[in-house]
Design a protein around this ligand. Structure first.
Ligand code: S6P
Ligand code: ZN
Length: 190
């Protein structure tokens, strides 16, 4: 006998806009939520004082059955920079050390930054159509270096847990800045 949660669920998704329905939860992230992440603190303060700015939105749907727990997250990162640093997600590492994730870029261009926070760093060039498996124990952050929206789909287990603090303190090994209209990688001074 199936419980109510054990039946299939579908959502309708538009990859161009990154919006799906029905969507039980929407989390907006503003520059003020990412204060510590950007290197140019003066630029951060100026944006916050002039009314703040939306950097990205996460649309989220949990799928919890009696025997499983999956989550769907769709993130849309708006184009732009804070100082010279491109808009990006906060970035996190999963609390559980056995929890991977799949990221699928469906619109826009940028980089997926992956960092073990123990010496290994990768910047994966990203455009629509690229799917990346993020192994457990790699912190992940997406940077939008294009002039358009960057949209990606994430699937992971609800129980993975998210640690933002370590990324906030330490950051990723490299930051991505706009120089002469192009993305350039610089070592993180933190
Ligand atoms: C969750 C998954 C994504 C992110 C989202 C926003 O494991 O990696 O759904 O939550 O892309 O990034 P962040 O770093 O603000 O959670
Ligand atoms: Zn994650």
């Amino acid at each position: 006998m199936l419980a109510e949660n054990d039946y299939p669920i579908s959502v309708e998704f538009d990859p161009q806009s990154g919006i799906f329905t029905p969507c039980p939860k929407l989390t907006p992230r503003y520059v003020s939520d990412l204060k510590q992440m950007f290197h140019d603190q003066q630029a951060v303060e100026e944006i916050i004082h002039s009314g703040d700015r939306l950097v990205y939105e996460i649309r989220y749907h949990p799928f919890k059955t009696s025997k499983s727990d999956m989550a769907l997250g769709v993130t849309r990162i708006f184009p732009g920079t804070v100082g010279n640093e491109y808009h990006m997600t906060k970035g996190h590492i999963h609390e559980r050390d056995d929890q991977p994730e799949i990221y699928y870029c469906v619109h826009g261009e940028g980089f997926l930054l992956l960092d073990t926070l123990q010496g290994e760093f990768r910047a994966v060039p990203w455009k629509a159509g690229v799917i990346t498996h993020i192994p457990p124990m790699w912190a992940h952050r997406v940077v939008n270096t294009g002039d358009d929206l960057l949209v990606f789909v994430a699937t992971y287990h609800l129980s993975a847990g998210h640690d933002y603090e370590i990324v906030e303190k330490q950051g990723f090994a490299q930051i991505v800045v706009k120089q002469n209209g192009k993305p350039v990688f610089l070592p993180n001074e933190k």
